[in-house]
Design a protein around this ligand. Structure first.
Ligand code: FAD
Length: 568
């Protein structure tokens, strides 16, 4: 008994102190509202993931009336835009990660974290099934069930291999922090292996051939970082083999960086050629074996070629996680590529479930309604037609909200409006033409229905997280007074304004302290000044002061001492 008393003594003291400090307020409070009542009043929000979308939601949620349970196999947030820098030791892995508990420890909201992965969602019974990702045993079982009132899915995406044989077994990916660390070790290992005595010249060449599959922003940035690492640091340490190093970038489309302005694409291709990076466009990888990559050359009638390689990095886009695919089948979305939501980020076909970030997409029909509304707004005299000027203004709004629409137009070689007019009207009269809104919407609805209308970027994910946190903060208030603002379209009112993406621009680091920046309003800048803009934006976007300090000190260390080439 005395042991139990001793154990509880400190807690007892704390209650006394609290009572004294609050002048008896604690007791009075206890009398009027039972603590259990307060707890049961709290709605349980379960958040899946600790990436950009989920972390931004957690950082911005301020209403203490929720009880939040976070489930993720990663107990940290990773600043993914700096992963390519980690592959070459420009920045250390620990500098770009922040423990998730640090992020919510000072919040007024009650947040709990479980390091586990969700493997099944039962939306009907509001339950999720999880499996611990640690090698421990939870009283004999590693699985557990969590109930929720609201579920927020921010689980990101998988790598997409397009079922190409041999990719999973033989290629590296650049998606997680561990991937970047593995690539860094493998690059150094390749140099060490090629430097061993008795390795033939041909074998050295093979080992030192670095192949990157995918000419999107990640593949291009990795190729540029690797080129800098090799030329600024490794050639001095391995003088005997420096001339045998080769970097090849393989891209199935006609150009690399297809989603950027054509000036950036041209500059990047030209710079890579000058740097000696072999850019092979129109080259589709069809198979990867242990030592060779087979490609189908689209420009030369589908000829199959084989390329010996030492290390291959696969970076060709993203796919849906298997348990999300199962969930999509369950709720009638089996034919889609990502979870379809409405503009309030609610998953279509089930209640109280929200999806954001790379795993979600906004329903195409809703997007087309939205685009029509923008056209109608631009139609000043309500004539059902737009002048070219009005159309241009509307397109600015559209590409700010849905940059993918612009990307689609570019990909279809409809890089300027005249081309689109041709597509709509079948002629090319430019300025004088009046555009029928219905015809315009039909032309734009040709955007591939499989495509995500918002790009799979950290920018989208974090804006969605912030938006959803604001909605959750105001949920109770809105339930009490349901007369919200007028609907964006249609009759009546709704409680929250729909999510609106604001595109702030994008960067493509090209190596040699040069970056291409494409900012809103088609403002393009390439060179050293954009590199400094890149440094300042990425330093300021770090999730904590600790990571800000670490990243800036890593950059300074690299400027002074170069990159570390040890293989640990
Ligand atoms: P993620 O950030 O991927 O987070 C997913 C979370 O879900 C993770 O915490 C994961 O552990 C967790 N999870 C996974 N499975 C489960 C499960 N079964 N149960 C529970 N939790 C689970 N975007 C930009 O805007 N600018 C850039 O410069 C940029 N550069 C990039 C560079 C690289 C190398 C990469 C890979 C991506 C880059 N991106 C960039 C894209 C950006 O990282 C993604 O769009 C963003 O991470 C998406 O956020 P998310 O929250 O949807 O997913």
């Amino acid at each position: 008994l005395s042991g139990a008393f001793r154990e509880n003594q400190s807690r007892f003291k704390l209650v006394l102190i609290c009572t004294a400090v609050s002048g008896g307020g604690l007791l009075a409070y206890g009398e009027s509202v039972a603590p259990e009542e307060i707890i049961t009043e709290k709605k349980k929000v379960v958040v899946l993931g600790t990436g950009w979308a989920a972390t931004s939601f957690l950082k911005n949620l301020n209403n203490p009336k929720y009880e939040v349970q976070v489930v993720s196999p990663r107990n940290y947030f990773a600043f993914t835009p700096l992963l390519p820098s980690v592959t070459c030791g420009t920045v250390e892995a620990r500098s770009i990660v922040e423990p998730i508990r640090n992020i919510f420890k000072k919040k007024k909201v009650d947040v709990q974290f479980s390091e586990a992965e969700c493997f099944k969602i039962d939306a009907e019974n509001k339950k999720i099934y999880c499996r611990s990702s640690l090698n421990n045993n939870l009283n004999g079982k590693e699985e557990f069930v969590v109930d929720y009132d609201y579920l927020i899915i921010g689980v990101g995406a998988n790598v997409n291999t397009f079922n190409t044989p041999g990719v999973m077994e033989n290629c590296h990916f650049l998606k997680e922090v561990e991937d970047a660390q593995k690539i860094r070790r493998t690059v150094i290992d390749c140099f060490e292996r090629a430097n061993l005595p008795d390795v033939s010249e041909d074998e050295k060449k093979r080992i030192l051939h670095f192949a990157i599959v995918g000419g999107g922003p990640t593949g291009v940035e990795f190729a540029a970082s690797l080129h800098d690492f090799v030329n600024e640091d490794l050639v001095r340490l391995y003088p005997g083999i420096k001339d045998l190093v080769k970097i090849t970038l393989l891209e199935a489309a006609d150009h690399i960086l297809g989603m950027f302005d054509k000036r950036i694409t041209a500059f990047a291709e030209d710079k890579f050629r000058r740097d000696g990076i072999d850019v092979k466009t129109g080259s589709m990888v069809v198979k990867v074996s242990e030592k060779e990559i087979s490609t189908k050359e689209l420009k030369s009638g589908g000829e199959i070629k084989t390329i010996p390689y030492g290390m291959a990095v696969w970076s060709t886009g993203i796919g849906t996680r298997p348990f999300i695919k199962d969930f999509m089948t369950q709720i009638g979305q089996a034919s889609r590529r990502a979870l379809a939501t409405d503009e309030w980020l609610r998953v279509e076909g089930c209640n109280n479930v929200y999806a954001l970030g790379d795993c979600a997409t906004i329903n195409q029909r809703k997007v087309m309604d939205d685009i029509t509304a923008i056209f109608k707004k631009a139609d000043k005299d309500n004539s059902g037609t737009l002048t070219v000027k009005e159309f241009q203004e509307a397109m600015k709004d559209i590409s700010e909200r849905y940059p993918q629409v612009e990307l689609y137009l570019k990909n279809k070689q409809m890089r300027n409006i005249a081309d689109l007019l041709k597509d709509v009207k079948g002629d090319d009269k430019k300025e004088s033409i009046e555009l029928n809104i219905e015809e315009l919407t039909t032309a734009l609805s040709k955007v591939d229905s499989q495509m995500k209308f918002l790009p799979a970027t950290a920018q989208v994910a974090s804006q969605q997280g912030t938006y959803l946190a604001t909605c959750f903060d105001r949920m109770e208030e809105c339930e009490k007074s349901p007369e919200g603002p007028l609907r964006f379209r249609g009759e009546g009112r709704h409680r929250f304004k729909p999510f609106r993406y604001k595109h702030l621009g994008q960067f493509a680091p090209l190596g040699g302290e040069k970056t291409a920046a494409q900012l809103p309003g088609d403002w393009v800048s390439i060179g050293h000044s954009s590199q400094w803009l890149w440094y300042s934006v990425y330093a300021s976007k770090q999730v904590s002061w600790r990571t800000k300090a670490l990243v800036v000190s890593d950059w300074t260390r690299r400027f002074i001492f170069g990159r570390d080439s040890s293989s640990i």
